[in-house]
Design a binder for this molecule. Sequence first.
Ligand SMILES: NC(=O)CC[C@H](N)C(=O)O
Length: 376
Amino acid sequence: MSKPAKLALEDGAVFTGVSIGADGEVDGEVCFNTSMTGYQEILTDPSYRGQIVTMTYPQIGNYGVNDGDLESERPHLAGFIVREHSRTDSNFRSEGSLSDYLKEWGVVAIESIDTRALVRRIRSQGALRGVLSTVDLDDASLVAKAKASPGLVGRDLVREVMPEMACEWQESCSDWTHLNAEGIRKSTGTSGPHVVALDYGMKWNIPRHLYDQGCQVTVLPGTATAEDVLAQNPDGVFLSNGPGDPEPLEYAIKTIQGVMKQKPVFGICLGHQLLSLACGAKTFKLKFGHRGANHPVQRLSDGLVEITSQNHGFAVEEASLPAALEVTHRSLNDNTIEGVRHRELPLFSVQYHPEASAGPHDSHYLFQDFLKAIAK
Ligand SMILES: NC(=O)CC[C@H](N)C(=O)O
């Protein structure tokens, strides 16, 4: 028996569909991801905290869910919007249906709305606050709730997703990760460098890659101080992805400033924004963000174009870049900064996701670059 659900936006638009997830009501920033695959990695990426994610690919759930394709222990997004939830899942790796998974984890989700119209609205007006509900179906009430939703700007969402405790990472990339030109060798123990990863909501495929490069990986909560990090005597420091606005994360910026002159640092996505802020740059909010698995990024050193996996709504403001930072990668969609490096110190970061999961493997070389920086 199908249950109605509604999505209401702060601009007054209301979409009526069918619930495919848990009963309930959620609010958040409505964004969209254009990946054709990877819905399980997207659901479990902690960077989506506070967001209601729309998939533009029309049929979702067709390969089910499994215990291997996870980027954290649970879904973190506020809600999920699809055009059509596949009634069957055909995949030898499937261990269950997407709908059952969403219900198990209490994710409010909707299908059978005009996702093309919704995405066109977001693209023309910018990211919009919204409410997704199976319990309140009154349009005016829902629109009022959407207008009251806090949005992402100025909020520290990292504290809601980061781990409580430190841990030693011991997991390799899945056997499904194809070896690229450089090859991802399965870890033969941790004879490599000791890396401290500051976890602001880290996607698991990042420490898997570091581990497969032979690193000993110590994961610390994103609130760790510079003293906590240096007490581990690391050979390098990694700054992870994570949700929300980077600007209010003053504790994280302070920690980075306390280690960046002593240790090589590599940052991804939120880590890239925090490293840039720590060096004196500013960040700004993109109109509707970059979220997908086919975003072209040019590496400026040799002109190579990488096809990248992306999920970010903020970016580093080019006009605010200090002389010490050099732009290394640029988006070919909108020319925004996708990577920087420090001209003197061994610090570099990218706005996009070289760990893929899901997406192309073009950028795995950056993990080797980090080990080369550490070796130097
Ligand atoms: N995936 C991420 O780390 C996202 C970074 C930041 N929360 C943004 O939206 O830009």
